[in-house]
Design a protein around this ligand. Sequence first.
Ligand code: PHE
Length: 450
Amino acid sequence: MASARGEFSSRFGFVMAAAGSAVGLGNIWGFPTQTASNGGAAFLLIYLVLAFCLAYPALMAELIIGRHAHSNAVVALRKIAPGERSRVVGSWTGVIGFITASFILSFYAIVAGWMLAHCLGALANMLGATDIASWLIEDSMTRNVLFMAFFMLLTVGIITGGVHDGIERWSSRLMPVLLITLVLLVIYVLTLDGAMDGLKVYLLPDFKAAISPQLIVKALGSAFFSLSLGVGTMLVYGSYISDKENLPVLGGIVTLVDISIAVLAGFLVLPAMYVALHNGVEIFTAGGALISEDTLIFTVLPALFDTMGAAGVVVSFAFFALMSIAALTSSISMLEVPVAYAIESHGLSRRSAVLAISAVITLVSIVILSNFEVLFGMVVGVTTRYSQPLLGFMYCLFAGWLWQRNSILEELRKGAPEVEDTLFWKIWPSYIRYVCPAVILVIFLQALFG
Ligand code: PHE
């Protein structure tokens, strides 16, 4: 069975795919703005500690379970469960995971569609087609549906290619482009007047603003979303890793890349906001806080690009291309979760699985777009604030309590014969057993009652 499944052909291929999944709108959009509004470097510090101490161990749980079972989350959790009752719980955790991944994709595709439309809008402006450009950047139902569907088609195109020819090939092409674009944008923005004020806000710690329980909870939530945890994405990607690979090292690299790109994006977004301020664009809300979320991306930054003259269109194109690429390498990992399940557990061909599932998700996206005010925030909230932490908690229970420790060690030894003597093995088992589930539970309760 395992040989009929796809497998990443190299360590580089896996790292690009998993980092591609992790690096998404959460890194380039969510992280910098949260940092800016919540104590700058102090938030950054808390985020770094949480990402390494809690998100990395949880990522490892998914990778180890996935590689051990070489199958989707439903089958994998059943396989490591010791009794009938825990097998049923395992199946449900896997099923709720792929439903959550599908719902995350349904709102992600809408936002990614806006990014694509703005990217093409900048291109149309470059070519002098200003009417087309304004249609592309103005909010309308037709534009939103068309570009959401366009983005889904791109995702479908890649996932139909399978693990090696689709996911690995495209992540390995797109991730370097993303990194180069990001670095060039950072360098350019840092040369502009006003940028240094943004850097100060980003890098000077304000511990009073950062050390609050709600904020720590928020930082942990972002770290989980950012590493794509809980919904089975990393488990499925882990299931495509060869037995030769050293899992703790691979997981460490993916975590490092994810965090580095989030931190790097802070060097772009914060300085850009203060360049905008310098150029006369309003960047504070009436209450005095920094403008964030969609108003930042689709109003403040475009207003900044408008003040940059000819360079503005190029920067705008590069910025929205960066966002679209980041979104695409994440969306393919979301779609792969239900697709892997449909192929392995229901015998569908990859093509039929991809078409059927993406059609349903596209319909859900259309329903969300038609009732945007009510449904959009609700779907984001339920999937990321409730479902992801709860599923993450279940993964910790499976890896920390239900799965035999010897069997975990055996799995790790396949690619890392000395693992028993490493710091990883000294810390991780008790972390995943006690610390991770306890902290995730706190987040969940906070999200419910906070
Ligand atoms: N990690 C992605 C981001 O930062 C989001 C994601 C969540 C991807 C869950 C896959 C699964 O944008």
